[in-house]
Design a protein around this ligand. Sequence first.
Ligand SMILES: Nc1ncnc2c1ncn2[C@@H]1O[C@H](COP(=O)(O)OP(=O)(O)OP(=O)(O)O)[C@@H](O)[C@H]1O
Ligand SMILES: [Mg+2]
Length: 262
Amino acid sequence: MSPESVNRRQLPVFLRNVRIGFGGRLIQDEMTFTIEDGEFIAVLGPNGAGKTTLLKLLLGLIRPEAGEVLVFGRRPSRGNPKIGYAPQFRTLDANFAVRARDLVGFGLDGHRWGPGFPSRKRRRLVDAALEEVRASEYAEAAVGELSGGEKQRLSLAQVLIANPGLVLLDEPLANLDIASALEIVSLVGGLCASRKVAVMLVTHDINPLLQHVDRVVYMANARSAIGAPETVITRETLSSLYNHPVEVVEAMGKKFVLGVET
Ligand SMILES: Nc1ncnc2c1ncn2[C@@H]1O[C@H](COP(=O)(O)OP(=O)(O)OP(=O)(O)O)[C@@H](O)[C@H]1O
Ligand SMILES: [Mg+2]
């Protein structure tokens, strides 16, 4: 193996010929791509395409049926401190009484510092994480009282506080209005640049991300395509991926995919 290919195996994500399936049902086949430090990747595709499953694969929660999966050069294992994960469908309303700063602090628990982490240092880290996502203003507020966009920023701070090298965000923009979605996206884009953290963000709408992402992984029909949005979100690539005629219309700087569910 050449030195270059050895190095590529140390990247945040290295997938080669990966097949994912459940009980004989194929979800994805032949997934091959790498993600580099500091890259901002959008993960797109219709319901059931396997977006969440892909994140679970990287988290070591499921195993591939075939192929090679490496995260920072190692086979995925549960509780990897290098990965920060914000799951889909998180209901922070249940945490009504929890203060914003406590929610962020939970991101330190279960990591290498453990519960006995000195409280002064803990406070300093929480303050810094809140500041980084511009949430200091509502640090003392009860989480249940905050807006969807504010909660998403806290969720991001909770993930970042443990200083991950790879961040997996499963539909953080769901239910946000366009202004709030853009705020989250520009925040995440800034973090990729400043912290060199690699981010995979699952979404159904690429438009808020168009100006910020480096590449997109588009999953559909048990297959995937990866590349810059302008090469993947095209009539040719998507029609081939879906095996069905797809039209991509551009208007007012936005892309609209017609002919299929996205
Ligand atoms: N543990 C499992 N056992 C069996 N089937 C599963 C399991 N996990 C996921 N699946 C199936 O795999 C497919 C992909 O699911 P996944 O949750 O990854 O989709 P998704 O792309 O995240 O969809 P959505 O946009 O709705 O969140 C679905 O059909 C789902 O039912
Ligand atoms: Mg999902």
